[in-house]
Design a protein around this ligand. Sequence first.
Ligand code: PLP
Length: 378
Amino acid sequence: MVSDYKQLNEDYLMRIFSRDLMVVKGQGSKVWDENGKEYLDCVAGIAVCSTGHCHPLVVKAICEQAKNLIHISNLYYVPGQGELGKRLVEHTGLTGGRAFFANSGTEANEAAIKLARVRTGKSHFISFQEGFHGRSSGALALTHKVNYRQPFAPLQPECTFVPYGDEEAVKEAIRPDTAAIVLEGVQGEAGVIPSRKGFLTAIREICDDTGCWMIMDEIQTGIGRTGKWFSYEHENILPDVVSMAKGMGSGFPMGAIVAREGLEFLPGEHGGTFNGGPLACAACDATLTVVESVISDVERKGQRFKDAINAENIRQIGLMIGVPVPEGTCTDIQKECQKNGVLVNCASGSIRLVPPLIITDDEINFAAGVLNEALGSR
Ligand SMILES: *Cc1c(COP(=O)(O)O)cnc(C)c1O
């Protein structure tokens, strides 16, 4: 490892990120820094490494595919793409629906926005305060956070932001030109804020009454993170479009949307050179197999984790946990945990825990112990 990487970062990279740790190896729920120090990883690449780091099945799938074909473009059939489409459509419950692949969460939402615009012929959207949908111009237009949006205004499409959980406000915001309501089942970047019980059902009903689409952003919540394949399953409803990304490739960049039967792009309406490439499909296929084998235990593990943490008003759904901490203390707590061998991160002033879904009970105990110590020292 080059010893002057910090200087090289400083001299040659745009200085967007603030960071102090270089991780060079990962295995299961553990990672190691350049000095060989071990950490239990409750960030998991921001809810991405659901199968843990370098899961043998995922590594094997990527390596074997890399020996055969790394890239071919969508000018040709891509090995594994059709099979993966079938698996994803089946997991969404959108029988008769179809998948479109992307390379990130933002790109998945971008596809959802374009699909809604082109098929409804409408261009106004509704999304929620504190919600996060990505950083490209379109996805950013649906993202509430003023710091992210303001420097880039004006943004398209036009979007009305309403309080999360307030269906009356949604009804009032609907206009004749409203294409879709876009929402998370649990607001992740907001610090793990689950939707009020019955809220998704209420949105579904509003969409049924008005003809607006319901677009579920499952980029953080999807692929087993909340103990179900998608968070909307907690309310037994089906959206019109689902976007997904983070947990689907075990770290190999990939995103996708699945749209219900009858909603699809026409030839030429959307596309992408890298979308749904052979390596991404192989990584995702193996990831789904691993998640299928652990998903039934995710809620139990999440509850165990929550019960082991000494704090009030913890928000927990599956292995997505938000721990409220006194204002201004989050970064210090995060640093204290890191010092003691546990990686956590701060989302909107709360400690967010999104560990690999394969985390063990012993690892949960260790992480909770370190976190409790850091919380106690406040
Ligand atoms: C992370 C995230 C995105 C953006 O995904 P990227 O892969 O970072 O582009 C969009 N929506 C939600 C809910 C997310 O958590």
